[in-house]
Design a protein around this ligand. Structure first.
Ligand code: PEP
Length: 253
């Protein structure tokens, strides 16, 4: 099971240190890692060197915990490794620093930065070449949901985003209905199941996460669905106690 934390543009480096001074000491974390739950952090790019150092130290101190179970990635990487692309993030450099994942096509990238399916596809292709695991975000707006055309939209969005992508290599999908992100409005279990079934029919081998107002009180019902391999969490990943509670909620009956 995957718990992915999207911190967006939050936390200074000092605040990150404070977060991990609580988070990494927790028995909930130790148990989750021993149970092979996978926890992935997506900080803003400027925090990655510090985060990599904190994780390396933790893994040195806890050699029993397998490295791949606590990892990090960036919220966005570019489709070229280097060149005259002011302000972009290089996935190659991220990999060199120990980052193993990259979010691609988050709805905030698509809406605020006008990222297209074509660009998303180029990013995915490069990440696959580098051996970085992409987490491809997809999902419909409230208008599309209300119009009833959301399933066609999702399939088209995935078709265009996955163009030229090698589906035999690991790529994780994250269903994030835009109307549920940061709004407190979680998709119902029926909504998630409907999309889960649709996705598994088309892409039976790919792992599927759900994201959108996931919190300790609703996470268990989400991860209990057989199509769902984990969650992508924004707001509820910012406080170490809340994120730990969210992780431990999956164990409680
Ligand atoms: C997200 O940004 O990917 C997200 C799911 O945010 P939130 O959990 O805050 O809705």
């Amino acid at each position: 099971m995957i718990f992915a934390a999207n911190w967006k543009l939050n936390k200074t480096s000092k605040e990150m240190e404070v977060f991990f001074s609580t988070f990494l000491k927790s028995n909930i974390l130790k148990k989750a890692l021993q149970d092979k739950k996978k926890i992935i952090f997506f900080p803003q790019a400027l925090l990655s060197a510090g985060l990599s150092q904190i994780f390396n130290q933790f893994l040195n101190d806890n050699p029993i915990l397998v490295k791949d179970h606590l990892s990090w990635g960036l919220q966005n990487t570019f489709y070229h490794n280097e060149g005259a692309f002011t302000g972009e993030n290089s996935a190659l450099t991220m990999k060199e620093m120990g980052g193993q994942f990259s979010l691609v096509g988050h709805s905030e990238r698509r809406s605020l930065f006008k990222e297209t399916n074509k660009e998303v596809s180029k990013k995915l292709v490069l990440l696959q070449q580098l051996g970085v695991v992409p987490i491809l975000c997809f999902g419909e707006s409230l208008e599309l949901r209300q119009s009833g055309e959301y399933k066609d939209f999702i399939l088209q969005q995935l078709k265009e985003s996955l163009l030229s992508v090698d589906l035999s290599k690991r790529i994780i999908l994250a269903y994030e209905p835009i109307w549920a992100i940061g709004t407190g409005k979680q998709a119902s279990t029926e909504d998630i199941q409907e999309i889960g079934t649709l996705i598994k029919e088309k892409f039976p081998k790919l792992e599927l996460l759900y994201g959108g107002s996931v919190k300790p009180s609703n996470v268990k019902a989400i991860v209990n669905q057989k199509e769902i391999s984990g969650v992508l969490v924004g707001g509820a990943s910012l406080d170490p106690q809340v994120f730990l509670e969210l992780i431990s909620s999956c164990y409680n009956s």
